[in-house]
Write a protein that binds this ligand. Structure first.
Ligand SMILES: [Zn+2]
Ligand SMILES: [Zn+2]
Length: 134
């Protein structure tokens, strides 16, 4: 499906063609830190299916546990995380953050990884008191 993405301030915008069956949750401690939340939800997109249409995003490079260099891409103005990619490959794949996609309501994760570091209360989230707005 075709999706469009934007950071919070609108300085960075992109289009992509995604497979909804490639949406996943990552519970690794890096994703917890980078998101400032419990986990991160992303969709894997081949390089040819991703097109930056506006902006010049900032990058931060980290070395993964595998030794591979990962480039984490975010809006330098509002700080929204947009995607991650492998820094040193000719055929990049993008791990696009689902929360920046206009179509995110339609995208349901199909898998969860790094569950050994998942925050323990996530299992019981359905029982937590719910309010429809603030
Ligand atoms: Zn922004
Ligand atoms: Zn992760």
């Amino acid at each position: 499906m075709e999706v469009t993405g934007s950071c919070h301030c609108g300085a960075v915008q992109f289009e992509a063609r995604i497979d909804p069956n490639r949406v996943g949750i990552c519970h690794c401690t890096d994703c917890q830190t980078f998101s400032g939340s419990a986990f991160r939800t992303s969709v894997l997109v081949p390089g040819e299916d991703f097109r930056l249409i506006k902006g010049n995003p900032s990058t931060y490079e980290k070395t993964a546990e595998s030794g591979k260099r990962r480039e984490l891409v975010f809006c330098g103005r509002c700080g929204t995380h947009v995607y991650g990619t492998t820094a040193d490959t000719k055929t990049p794949r993008y791990s696009v953050r689902v929360g920046v996609l206009a179509q995110r309501q339609q995208l349901r994760p199909v898998a969860q990884v790094w569950c050994r570091s998942a925050l323990p209360w996530l299992r019981d989230l359905a029982d937590v008191h719910r309010v429809s707005t603030q």
